[in-house]
Design a protein around this ligand. Structure first.
Ligand SMILES: CC(C)(COP(=O)(O)OP(=O)(O)OC[C@H]1O[C@@H](n2cnc3c(N)ncnc32)[C@H](O)[C@@H]1OP(=O)(O)O)[C@@H](O)C(=O)NCCC(=O)NCCS
Length: 136
């Protein structure tokens, strides 16, 4: 499996494929710092986004194509984003996860994320806050 790392404006022909795969409400590719695209041969099998807000980096949507789920692709997309951040000397990253998204929670925790100060409610939906330090 190969992971491409692109700026939003470089997505080109990938954008409609990714938009079609996206099942996260309110997520838009516009304004992302980088988009990580997982490919198996020529097929796009998943994506994950990294946002930068005022110098703070945030993991955003991660979606794996239905027929490729259960093969550890989300974890590869998490590790790839962590490597990228380490290479640009970023020392922490945070993310929000729906309280019932057990697969994402498990994968993030197994990649070193920890819970950070409880929950956040956005538009009436409760998210857990997680953070990961990126070490020297
Ligand atoms: C959450 C998600 C990204 C996980 O991706 P993944 O690469 O499949 O993650 P994993 O390989 O760790 O599999 C997670 C679990 O999926 C389950 N699974 C296995 N095959 C599956 C299949 N064909 N379809 C659905 N789930 C399957 C397994 O129970 C697996 O857990 P296991 O480790 O006990 O086997 C993916 O399910 C997804 O895209 N969901 C919809 C979008 C979403 O919720 N994104 C996260 C929030 S931004």
């Amino acid at each position: 499996m190969k992971i491409l790392i692109l700026k939003t404006k470089e997505l080109g022909n990938y954008l409609p494929i990714l938009e079609n795969m996206n099942e996260i409400n309110d997520f838009t590719f516009k304004g992302m710092h980088r988009v990580f695209i997982a490919k198996e041969g020529n097929e796009v099998v998943g994506f994950a986004a990294l946002q930068c807000c005022h110098g703070y980096y945030v993991f955003r949507a991660c979606v794996v194509s239905k027929k490729f789920r259960g093969q550890g692709i989300q974890k590869k997309l998490i590790k790839s984003r962590l490597r990228y951040l380490k290479n640009i000397n970023v020392n922490r990253v945070s993310t929000l996860v729906l309280t019932n998204n057990i697969y994402s929670l498990n994968n993030l925790i197994s990649c070193g994320f920890v819970f950070n100060k409880g929950q956040e409610v956005i538009d009436g939906i409760t998210y857990l806050k997680l953070i990961r330090k990126i070490g020297n």
